[in-house]
Write a protein that binds this ligand. Structure first.
Ligand SMILES: Cc1cc2nc3c(=O)[nH]c(=O)nc-3n(C[C@H](O)[C@H](O)[C@H](O)COP(=O)(O)OP(=O)(O)OC[C@H]3O[C@@H](n4cnc5c(N)ncnc54)[C@H](O)[C@@H]3O)c2cc1C
Length: 431
């Protein structure tokens, strides 16, 4: 008797799609099944979304991942538990074993961020494509899927409708289209919310624009708090530190990107350029500095003198202007206190996301309650899986989002093979 061939259709050849394809093909091969794994990619090549990550270096994972930092962390935690490894306490350590098994060599930075040893994102794409090709995974590029339709009766295949009018059949489908393109894809039987860009720069209110515009492109090291009015009092709803970059419209930098996940219009960004922790410490620090410099400059020490050597000249000028203090104003003790407040609690009002185009992830998509976290399979829709950013999961900068993409792709790909195996009778297996 001729063995039946089953087909897995992967919608999107990005991070989670490529891993799902490899895992499905591997699972099928291990079971001796005849399975065609086909990646439908709307772009002219697979993996382009990986190439742009980490400024072209691909920060693909992190050894200090905190699962609670993910949106919908309970779902992510259950998924990562399935990918645990007794020899490691890292969440979803099997992701690392999988990538290493594909041939990826990597290195780690002191903060735990992991990059390919070759320091190029293209290497990650190369190893995944090679692993997929070795397993016979087919890439169909220039194929945008418009809709995924459910089987009309049990045992029948799914239909993938393409933008060019043709359709394809598949016995299992992994929707791995990322967040950006989600609007253009309908998946029958699944509810999806609108998506909005996060993990990007923040725009500030009109009143703060002259200040940030003057500092456009300047980078400063600082601590930033995100404050929200709660019952008339500002409550801290996020805190980060690192490099912040002023832009014409607001602020950017990894610390801002991370805060953008939780920022709403009307929130306040409080920049501490002294990084002393603010309040009394900032006053003490600047008062001592004033006394020290006055020994050399005399009592005519100006406010600009106090800031020179502490912050960049443009930052000093903009801060003084904003505080309504003349550069030549004498820096007495009272003035030092005023400057301590300007430097340690420089407030900007958030008015929204700065530039959606540079946001790293889209929040929203398919609500996680519709899926089994152990397999990424849609509840009550056997054979249909969603992975990566298409699900309502996102994490901060630092390798979180790719780690989720690889992990969810791995679970879905393995589950696909399992699902098809349960559909095929023993006689149809290769011996
Ligand atoms: C500039 C930038 C830098 C980033 N840097 C990092 C980083 O360093 N570390 C990190 O962890 N995360 C980073 N991210 C986030 C990370 O890239 C994503 O979270 C991750 O790639 C999501 O994986 P995915 O498989 O869900 O989707 P993607 O990797 O986006 O793949 C989706 C694929 O599906 C294709 N597609 C879409 N719609 C269709 C359709 N209808 N039919 C067929 N194909 C379709 C797309 O062309 C794409 O190839 C970055 C993101 C950006 C934008």
């Amino acid at each position: 008797m001729e063995k039946k061939t089953k087909t897995v259709g992967i919608v999107g050849g990005g991070a989670s799609g490529l891993v799902a394809a490899i895992a499905a093909a591997e699972g099928a091969r291990a079971r001796g099944m005849n399975v065609d794994v086909v990646v439908f990619e709307r772009d002219d090549r697979v993996g382009r979304s990986i190439l742009v990550t980490g400024n072209g270096r691909c920060n693909f994972s992190n050894s200090h991942l905190e699962v609670r930092e993910y949106r919908n962390d309970a779902f992510v935690n259950r998924a990562f538990e399935c990918l645990g490894d007794p020899a490691s306490d890292e969440p979803a350590h099997q992701v690392m074993t999988f990538l290493e098994g594909c041939g990826l060599e990597w290195r780690e930075e002191p903060d735990g961020r992991r990059y390919p040893l070759a320091n190029k994102a293209s290497v990650v794409v190369d190893v995944l494509r090679a692993a997929a090709a070795r397993l016979g995974v087919q890439e169909r590029c220039g194929k945008a899927v418009k809709a995924v339709e459910l089987p009309r009766e049990p045992g029948k295949p799914f239909t993938l409708r393409m933008e060019d009018g043709v359709f394809e059949r598949a016995d299992a489908v992994v929707v791995a289209c990322g967040g950006r393109a989600l609007r253009a894809l309908d998946v029958e039987g699944l509810r999806k919310e609108g998506v909005r860009p996060v993990l990007g720069p923040l725009r500030v209110a009109e009143g703060d624009i002259p200040f940030v515009r003057e500092l456009d492109n300047i980078r400063v090291k600082c601590s930033v708090q995100l404050l929200r009015d709660e019952g008339g009092r500002p409550a801290c709803v996020g805190a980060e530190s690192g490099e912040l970059r002023f832009r014409k419209y607001g602020v950017s930098g990894i610390c801002v990107f991370n805060l953008s996940r939780n920022a709403s219009s009307g929130d306040i960004l409080s920049l501490d350029l002294l990084q002393t922790g603010g309040g009394d410490e900032a006053v003490r620090y600047l008062t001592e500095r004033r006394i020290r410099l006055a020994r050399r400059y005399g009592e005519s020490l100006s406010c600009l003198d106090l800031l020179r050597g502490l912050v960049l000249p443009r930052v000093a000028e903009a801060l003084l202007k904003r505080a309504g203090i003349g550069e030549d104003a004498t820096c007495d003790e009272k003035m030092a206190k005023k400057l301590a407040a300007s430097l340690s609690d420089c407030r900007l009002t958030v008015s929204g996301i700065g530039d959606p185009e540079v946001c790293q992830v889209q929040r929203g998509g398919f609500a996680v309650g519709q899926f089994n976290p152990q397999t990424m399979q849609a509840n009550d829709l056997p054979g249909l899986y969603v992975t990566g950013e298409a699900l309502d999961v996102d994490g901060p900068c630092g390798g979180y989002n790719l780690h989720w993409a690889w992990g969810s792709g791995l679970l879905a790909g393995r589950a696909c093979a399992e699902h098809l195996a349960s559909r095929l009778s023993a006689s149809e297996f290769r011996v």
